[in-house]
Design a binder for this molecule. Structure first.
Ligand code: ADP
Ligand code: ADP
Ligand code: ZN
Length: 210
């Protein structure tokens, strides 16, 4: 039976969003990205968005309880299976998750700090469809519109150099311990995020259909 409760783990810039978009097309899982949900809350200026914005702009984590309350209902509603992207990010979040869902597999995408910095500085995102691009590998010089929908490409506020270093530090301190946490449960599969995205994708498909 295919694995339907999947977590994507890895530092910022590892390629979680890029892989998620392809995986859900192939496997029909619900893509639940806490970063995307939060950015939507921020742009709609909801109470949650107003609270989250300060943390996000500094590259800090939004408090656990806010995140858990935000995501829990969506996970429980995902009857056909889910792909968690950017959650859990702390041990407290993983423990809360364990109380309401089982996790079949954790895809741990690794990427070294220097490459994280390079990738995030070059990341551009479509305002309309959310497609993810990079200046260094799939955008022509000076290109400012999305090849898929014609929308405007923008740079995330937290992809500015000053914030990137803090995000990586927080990943190492708060999120990397989850690799050990899930390894003890025997569900971790590790992938090399520095490989080409097509290679990472085909490896993931193999792991998920095993
Ligand atoms: P990345 O591309 O770096 O993996 P995300 O889009 O997942 O970034 O997250 C952007 C920001 O949103 C984080 O830096 C953090 O402030 C907030 N955030 C997203 N998911 C979580 C979470 N599970 N717990 C706490 N904060 C989160
Ligand atoms: P995350 O969601 O883990 O933060 P993204 O999927 O947004 O990561 O990717 C971060 C940046 O790196 C984006 O600009 C994306 O285009 C680029 N990228 C993603 N996967 C690869 C890859 N395998 N090789 C090179 N660049 C990649
Ligand atoms: Zn687009």
């Amino acid at each position: 039976m295919a694995l339907r409760h999947v977590v994507l783990l890895g530092p910022p810039g590892a390629g979680k969003g890029t892989q998620a978009k392809q995986i859900i097309n192939e496997l029909g899982l619900v893509h639940l990205s806490t970063g995307d949900i939060l950015r939507d809350e921020v742009s709609r200026e909801t109470e949650l968005g107003k609270t989250a914005k300060g943390f996000m702009d500094r590259g800090d984590l939004v408090p656990d309880q806010l995140i858990i309350d935000m995501i829990r209902g969506r996970i429980e509603a995902a009857d056909q299976g889910f792909l968690l992207d950017g959650f859990p990010r702390t041990t407290a979040q993983a423990e809360a998750l364990a109380a309401f869902a089982t996790i079949d597999v954790v895809l741990n995408i690794g990427l070294a700090r220097e490459e994280v910095v390079r990738r995030l500085a070059g990341r551009r995102v479509c305002r309309d469809c959310g497609a993810i691009y990079n200046l260094t590998f799939n955008l022509a010089e000076g290109e400012t519109t999305c090849a898929k929908c014609g929308g405007e490409l923008y740079q995330r506020d937290d992809d500015k150099t000053e914030v990137i270093a803090n995000r990586y530090d927080i990943y190492e301190r708060s999120t990397a311990p989850l690799i050990e946490y899930y390894t003890r449960q025997g569900v971790v599969r590790t992938l090399d995020g520095a490989a080409g995205s097509e290679n990472v994708f085909s490896e993931i498909l193999e792991l998920l259909s095993a």
